[in-house]
Design a protein around this ligand. Structure first.
Ligand SMILES: Nc1nc2c(ncn2[C@@H]2O[C@H](COP(=O)(O)OP(=O)(O)OP(=O)(O)O)[C@@H](O)[C@H]2O)c(=O)[nH]1
Ligand SMILES: [Mg+2]
Length: 300
């Protein structure tokens, strides 16, 4: 319930860090719902996703961003890093996430980007559930964490929720006074169609090996809410003809497995039975094709 607008705080908080540190896991934990996909593979998130948390006295719009990485030549990867940079530029407050006990060159690079932005920033040291004794972390914290840079340093487990309430309190205090930016019941800026494509891509990342999942994209061709069960047709893009066979598998076994796992996720997301049809289409070089990336919302 939103009551007193005078003391209400609102604004954008960017969650940034190198791939796999747990940004999307934390977003889902904060929002209390799965709105961003999570896998053990780096570069899972490809586009920014806003997750909205509204309390009695604040509305925090969290921006989940793609992990900042060495982009190489592909336009898709460049667009992912750009999405993270834009979130840094748009945010009122920045949260950098790192993994407890790890401080890699990319973590250092992200920290420098945050410094350059000049925005207030917090450091979240995530995955502390993997640390047996918190004291073990002290030498690491002393070596890598420059307390002067951060408004606060928090030890968190996005997986089990430890430290997450403290993070919310700290963020509420740092955001400017202002009215809510979204209706209080809204939890994401993305629609069901986008989330459906993401859930299917999550299963592709889970089931496909090595580099193959990085070359896939899911395009929803039909999302018919009038039918019972709800009908979803989706096309999985792959970069090469040889990849098509790998996604389909022997006698269609792989695609069947991915379809089944996706359907279960979609049923949960939408709250009613879904009929899912999947196709695989070869789109050579889609990751570097500006028109394709524009049509799919990766670049403006
Ligand atoms: N043990 C442990 N694992 C975690 C925690 N948070 C995230 N993970 C795991 O770390 C992996 C990466 O999590 P994601 O949330 O996808 O990480 P991300 O930073 O969003 O990754 P990208 O989207 O690739 O940039 C997954 O296997 C998560 O289950 C945590 O607090 N503890
Ligand atoms: Mg992510």
């Amino acid at each position: 319930m939103i009551t007193e607008t005078e003391t209400f705080h609102s604004g954008f908080v960017a969650l940034v860090g190198r791939p796999n540190v747990g940004k999307s896991t934390l977003l889902n934990r904060l929002v209390g719902q799965k709105i961003s996909i999570v896998t053990h593979k780096p570069q899972t998130t490809r586009q920014r996703i806003n997750g909205i948390v509204t309390t009695d006295n604040a509305q925090v719009v969290f921006i989940d961003t793609p992990g900042i990485h060495v982009a190489g030549g592909k336009l898709l990867n460049q667009s992912m890093n750009r999405a993270a940079q834009e979130a840094l530029d748009d945010a009122d407050v920045i949260v950098q996430m790192v993994i407890a006990g790890q401080w890699r060159p990319l973590d250092e690079q992200v920290q420098q980007q945050i410094q350059a932005s000049g925005r207030p920033a917090l450091l979240v040291v995530n995955k502390i559930d993997q640390v047996k004794q918190r004291q073990e972390l002290l030498p690491w914290l002393e070596e890598h964490v420059d307390a002067g840079l951060w408004r606060k340093v928090l030890l968190v487990s996005a997986r089990n929720g430890s430290g997450v309430d403290d993070l919310m309190v700290s963020l509420g205090e740092l955001l400017p006074a202002g009215p809510p930016l979204y209706p209080e019941e809204q939890v994401s800026d993305r629609n069901l169609r986008f989330m459906a494509a993401e859930l299917i891509r999550e299963q592709l990342l889970r089931y496909l090996h090595k580099e193959l999942p990085y070359g896939v994209h899911v395009q929803i061709e039909r999302f018919d809410e009038q039918t019972k069960p709800l009908e979803i047709d989706a096309v999985i893009w792959v970069e090469r003809a040889s990849h098509k066979g790998m996604v389909i598998g022997k006698q269609g076994a792989m695609l069947k497995q991915i379809g089944k796992a996706s359907r279960l996720q979609l049923n949960r997301l939408i709250g009613r039975p879904v009929h899912l049809s999947l196709w695989v289409s070869v789109r050579p070089g889609w990751q570097s094709n500006p028109q394709t990336l524009r049509d799919s919302g990766f670049i403006d």
